[in-house]
Design a protein around this ligand. Structure first.
Ligand code: KG4
Ligand code: ZN
Length: 339
């Protein structure tokens, strides 16, 4: 059974074909990074317009690469930017209607939780999923493709959002994650003692806004709050100083992500940990989580980068299972929902 997946929830126009929920036949992503870069973040109206331009060519490329038509269509209908979601949902409805194929709606975050199942080695159920992206930081207990329980989430900024803001502060540009990851390699992680906000010994929730403010004060001084960030305001810091602050910031983020992930695994009695979301591409997080999990006797599953960042293979993969799930949202009445 071949499922066509479509995701336009944020700033990537993604279309993929997946067989039986596991074998990726085609996985096409048209990114808008260059369009949003000069604004230092995603501009929703520009994202919607870019999806409109990209959706048909991206769909055509995926269908050409696949060499065969799908048996069903799956589309992200929640959560995301509403104008962006609507482009994917309308396109998926049109395609499903014209070809008389079943249509199923997919939750983007649930698809990130599913995505480790699309590469080898595959985590067996149940597993713990740490989803860290520009919009989300959350821990899930995944029981089956369609059953998962959220164990914790961010109370303010997402991890990727913190990376992007600190990157702007240091004059490193957008997207911030890869930039900080790169310069932090030459920095001293002990140069600054930034806070590790754990929200108490039991909590599985996250908070990164205090860390972000601590970096702001350190770089710009105590009166810096409320002033705009961005390249134009970037302070004259030496390259070494930027590397040191980036490395110290990154160490604080990774410490918290690892502590909460191991806490969750321990509490839930889970032996397998999987990663998803754009921040899962972070080299420091991957290296240190692999070591920490190994010491705790846990197995780790780090999908390749194209399956960590936004993609439609995860939508098609999970969509395949949802076609058989009675409670799934389906058909031409499907609605796009931002939350
Ligand atoms: O999952 P994603 O592509 O889009 C969504 O937000 O859904 O994640 C994008 C986020 C951005 O905040 C970006 O700065 C971050 O992932 N990111 C990274 C790295 N690569 C991307 N953060 C840390 N280290 C990286 N290597
Ligand atoms: Zn995402």
């Amino acid at each position: 059974m071949r499922v066509l997946g479509i995701d336009t929830s944020c700033d990537d126009t993604a279309v993929a074909m997946v067989e039986d929920g596991e074998r990726i036949v085609s996985n096409v992503v048209s990114t808008q990074i260059e369009i949003h870069r000069r604004f230092g973040g995603v501009v929703p109206e520009l994202a919607s317009r870019s999806h409109l331009d990209a959706i048909v060519p991206t769909l055509e490329q995926c269908l050409t690469e696949s060499g065969a038509e799908p048996d069903a269509v799956a589309v992200t209908n929640r959560p995301g930017l509403i104008g962006a979601l609507l482009v994917g949902v309308a396109s998926a409805k049109a395609w499903a209607f014209a070809r008389e194929k079943p249509l199923v709606g997919v939750d983007h975050i649930a698809a990130h939780v599913y995505s480790p199942r699309l590469s080898l080695p595959r985590p067996e159920y149940p597993y713990l999923a740490l989803i860290v992206s520009g919009g989300h930081t959350a821990l899930f207990r995944a029981e089956s493709p369609s059953e998962m329980q959220r164990l914790g989430t961010t109370t303010d900024d997402a991890a990727g959002e913190a990376y992007d803001k600190v990157s702007a502060l240091l004059g490193l540009g957008y997207p911030g994650g890869p930039a900080i990851d790169r310069v932090a390699a030459d920095g001293d992680t002990e140069a600054e003692k930034f806070p590790r906000t754990l929200l108490g010994p039991e909590s599985l929730d996250f908070s990164f806004s205090g860390l972000k403010t601590a970096v702001l004060y350190k770089v710009r001084g105590q009166d810096a709050k409320g002033r705009p960030l961005g390249d134009a305001e970037a302070p004259p810091l030496s390259e070494q100083r930027i590397a040191d602050v980036a490395a110290s910031f990154q160490a604080a983020v990774v410490d918290v992500l690892i502590e909460k992930t191991l806490r969750a695994a321990r509490r839930e009695g889970l032996e397998r940990i999987a990663l998803g979301g754009g921040v899962a591409a972070n080299s420091c997080l991957r290296e240190r989580l692999a070591v920490a999990a190994d010491q705790a006797g846990l197995e780790t599953f780090f999908p390749p980068r194209p399956l960590c960042t936004d993609n439609a293979a995860m939508i098609a993969g999970l969509g395949y299972h949802l076609l058989e799930t009675p409670t799934a949202e389906r058909g031409l009445a499907l609605e796009a929902r931002p939350r």
